[in-house]
Design a binder for this molecule. Structure first.
Ligand SMILES: [Zn+2]
Ligand SMILES: [Zn+2]
Length: 106
């Protein structure tokens, strides 16, 4: 199998445009590091700052959530992984030093 046969099944793009940290122009490969885009708009048109050609971009947003118990509802236990005066919630993992807690009556 020669090289040409292999490439029949897979197109090697000239520029690496997918899932990049910067917007890569598919025309000239210029990287736009300013990212002056509307992050609420998933698909939008973009003009290359170098060659001025237009292309479409997709904004990938990494969504993640953190949750924790309501204030005063944590189930604090002593955390063996930390030093003595550190307590952690057994449910949500929120942790703090008891020495910073002025209401600590221990
Ligand atoms: Zn360009
Ligand atoms: Zn909690």
């Amino acid at each position: 199998m020669n090289k040409e046969d292999k490439n029949k099944y897979r197109v090697e793009p000239k520029f690496n445009c997918e899932y990049q940290e910067d917007i890569v122009c598919p025309h000239c490969g210029d990287k736009d590091t300013d990212h002056e885009v509307d992050y609420d708009e998933e698909c939008q048109e973009f003009s290359c700052g170098a060659c001025e050609k237009k292309f479409d971009i997709v904004v990938h947003k990494e969504v993640s959530f953190s949750s924790m118990c309501l204030e005063g509802e944590h189930d604090y236990v002593k955390d063996d992984f930390h030093i003595d005066d550190m307590i952690s919630c057994s449910r949500c993992g929120e942790s703090h030093f008891t020495r910073f807690n002025k209401d600590n009556k221990e």
